[in-house]
Design a protein around this ligand. Structure first.
Ligand code: FUB
Length: 525
C-alpha cells in the first residue's frame, strides 16, 4: 500500500508509476480461457514478445453480473515462456489511467497495446478519457513509456494525449482501440477507431509525434473496431472486429456480434484489401484480436465470455494457433479453430432442443436477434438482443411462431420456455409477454396441438413449463398470440426454449452445418 501511495505521488509530480501489485500469481491454465475461474476477467488482449517471453496486455472487466456496461479500471498482464505449458504469470493490476496520465480520468482502461520502440523501451498506447475536455467524446489516446513491460511507467507525452477529437486533426469519431507497429525500417504506424471508423497515421520515431496526414480506411469490409496491425514478410496485415451481419453473411448473423476479419496491404498506410474472416463470432458480443509469432508459431489472442460467471462485459482472454496459407500471394490466414479447456462430463438431460434446427415465422429474423439463442443453453439475467429470438418490427403481426426440426423423429412430452420483455403484459408496443401461446407438432401431414397440455404460463421472470401426452414427431412449434389489439401488437421474445423427452439421457448436440440447415422442414417438402 505504501508503495502504491508513493508511486501515485510520483505520478502527480510527473514521475514513474510502478505496478500496483508487484507479486504475480502463477496460473496453471487448463486451456481457454486462460483465466477461467471468474476471479479476474480479462479483455482486449494485446500480445508482445520480449526475448523468451510472451506477454499479453489485457484490460480488466469488473462489471457486476447484471450490468451491461464496460467497467474497466485497470490493465493487467499475463506472461508465459511456453504457450503449450499452460503456465502463466498473472500481474493482476499493472496500471490505472489516472496513475500515469495526469490529464486522464479514472476508469475506461480500454484496449491498449504495448510495443517495443526503436530505443528498446516499451510504449503503451492507451485509450483513456480526458478529465477536462471540450470534445463531445472525451476518449483520447495517451502514450506511456517504461524500461520493462512490467513498468514502472511514465507519461511519454505529459502535455496530454496524442490523439483526441481535437488533435492532431479534428474528428468526430471515438478515439479508442489503438494499434501500433514499428516497421523493419523503424518507421512507426498507428491505427485506431471504432463504430465503423478506422484511421491511421505515421508517427515520428519518438513514438508520439504525428508525421504526415491522417488517413481514413474504408475498404475493410464490415470494419467495426479493434484493429491489429502487423507485418509478415513483405505484407502488412490488419485484423479487426467486423459486424457486417445478415442471414448470408460470412461474418455474423447478429449485428451485436463480431467476427474477426482481415485485410492486407503492400504498404503500411494501405491501400487495404479485404481478405476474409479468420475467427467466427465468440460467446461475447465484442471480439478483439491480437496476433504474434512466438517461438516459431503464430498465435491469435482474443476474448470470449467463457470463464465462470462470464458475460458480454465479463470477458476472458483466449489463445489459439494461427495457420498460414503460403500458396497464395499475399499469404492468407486460415480460419482459427477456437479451443476450450475440457469441461465437466455432459450430464443426462431431457432437453433435446440442442439437437434441433431452429426456425421462426419472421425469417430472415432482424439482425439484432439470433435464432441460435433459442437452443444454446444460455440464459442471461441481462440479455442483449442477440441472446434471444424476437419478432420485433415496425408492424408486429398478431401471430408468431418458432419451430424445432430434428433430423429423425423424437419422442416429446414437455417443453420449457423463457420469455423476455421490456413492456408489461398487455402492451401494444415494444416486447411484451405473449397474450397466450401453445404447442403444435407435425403429425406427418399437418400441425396439431399437443394433447392434455398443462397450463401455458407467460411469466418473464422464470421458466414456463408445460407437460403433455407423449408424441412422436420431427417438428415442434410454439405459437404465440402477441399482446395488443386491432392492428397494433407488441413483439414476443424468447431467450431459451427446451423440448423435453420422457427420459433423461446424455444428448448429442447437432453440429454441422451451421444451425442444421440440412435438416428438412416438416411442412416444406
Ligand atoms: O473493452 C472495451 C471495448 O470493447 C474495446 O475497446 C473494444 O475493442 C471492445 O473489445
Amino acid at each position: 500500500m505504501k508503495h502504491v501511495a508513493c508511486c501515485l505521488t510520483l505520478a502527480l509530480l510527473g514521475g514513474c508509476v510502478s505496478l500496483q501489485s508487484q507479486t504475480p500469481r502463477v496460473i496453471h491454465s487448463k486451456g481457454n480461457p486462460i483465466l477461467a475461474d471468474g476471479q479476474y476477467y480479462s479483455a482486449d488482449p494485446a500480445p508482445l514478445v520480449v526475448d523468451d517471453t510472451l506477454y499479453i496486455l489485457a484490460g480488466r472487466d469488473e462489471a457486476p453480473a447484471d450490468v451491461n456496461d464496460f467497467v474497466m479500471r485497470e490493465w493487467q498482464l499475463l506472461s508465459t515462456k511456453s504457450v503449450s505449458s499452460h503456465r502463466w504469470m498473472h500481474y493482476p493490476a499493472i496500471l490505472r489511467p489516472e496513475m500515469v496520465f495526469s490529464w486522464a480520468d479514472p476508469g475506461h482502461a480500454y484496449a491498449g497495446q504495448i510495443v517495443t520502440g526503436r530505443d528498446g523501451r516499451f510504449y503503451l498506447y492507451a485509450p483513456v478519457q480526458q478529465t477536462s475536455s471540450s470534445n463531445k467524446d472525451p476518449f483520447a489516446i495517451g502514450v506511456a513509456v517504461a524500461d520493462s513491460p512490467l513498468g514502472p511507467w511514465k507519461d511519454a507525452h505529459p502535455s496530454g494525449p496524442i490523439v483526441s477529437q481535437s488533435i492532431p486533426e479534428p474528428n468526430t469519431i471515438q478515439n479508442i482501440d489503438p494499434t501500433v507497429m514499428v516497421d523493419n525500417d523503424s518507421r512507426v504506424f498507428l491505427y485506431w477507431g471504432t463504430f465503423g471508423k478506422l484511421r491511421g497515421m505515421e508517427l515520428e520515431q519518438d513514438m508520439v509525434t504525428p508525421k504526415g496526414q491522417e488517413i481514413s480506411v474504408t475498404t475493410l469490409k464490415g470494419f467495426f473496431e479493434a484493429p491489429w496491425l502487423f507485418r509478415r514478410g513483405d505484407t502488412y496485415y490488419m485484423l479487426y472486429a467486423a459486424n457486417n451481419a445478415g442471414p448470408d453473411s460470412n461474418c455474423t448473423r447478429a449485428i451485436y456480434h463480431a467476427c474477426i476479419a482481415y485485410g492486407t496491404a503492400a504498404n503500411p498506410l494501405g491501400p487495404w484489401t479485404y481478405r476474409g474472416v479468420i475467427l467466427d463470432p465468440v460467446s461475447s458480443t465484442t471480439s478483439h484480436p491480437g496476433a504474434i509469432v512466438f517461438q516459431g508459431r503464430w498465435y491469435l489472442v482474443y476474448h470470449t465470455a467463457d470463464a465462470k460467471g462470464g458475460g458480454h462485459f465479463r470477458r476472458s482472454v483466449a489463445i489459439d494457433e494461427m495457420q498460414w496459407d503460403d500458396s497464395s500471394i499475399p499469404a492468407r490466414i486460415g480460419k482459427v479453430k477456437p479451443t476450450r479447456a475440457p469441461g465437466p462430463p455432459p450430464v443426462a438431460t431431457r432437453n433435446i432442443a440442442p439437437a434441433a434446427a431452429p426456425h421462426a415465422s419472421n425469417e430472415p429474423i432482424p439482425v439484432q436477434y439470433a435464432l441460435a439463442a433459442l437452443n444454446d443453453g444460455i440464459v442471461r439475467k441481462n440479455p442483449l438482443p442477440p441472446d434471444m429470438w424476437a419478432s420485433w418490427s415496425q408492424h408486429n403481426p398478431p401471430l408468431q411462431w418458432i419451430e424445432y426440426d430434428w433430423p429423425h423423429p423424437v419422442q416429446l412430452n414437455g417443453s420449457r420456455i423463457q420469455f423476455w420483455n421490456d413492456q408489461p403484459a398487455g402492451s401494444k408496443v415494444g416486447v411484451a409477454p405473449p397474450a397466450s401461446w401453445h404447442l403444435e407438432y407435425w403429425t406427418g401431414n399437418q400441425w396439431q396441438p399437443v394433447e392434455n397440455a398443462t397450463a401455458y404460463e407467460t411469466k418473464t421472470d422464470g421458466v414456463n413449463e408445460v407437460s403433455f401426452r407423449t408424441i412422436t414427431t420431427r417438428c415442434l412449434r410454439s405459437i404465440f398470440q402477441a399482446s395488443g389489439e386491432g392492428d397494433t401488437h407488441a413483439a414476443v421474445a424468447v431467450q431459451e426454449w427446451e423440448a423435453l423427452t420422457p427420459h433423461a439421457a446424455v444428448q448429442q448436440k447437432q453440429t454441422s452445418p451451421a444451425q442444421g440447415s440440412w435438416i428438412l422442414r416438416c411442412d416444406k417438402r
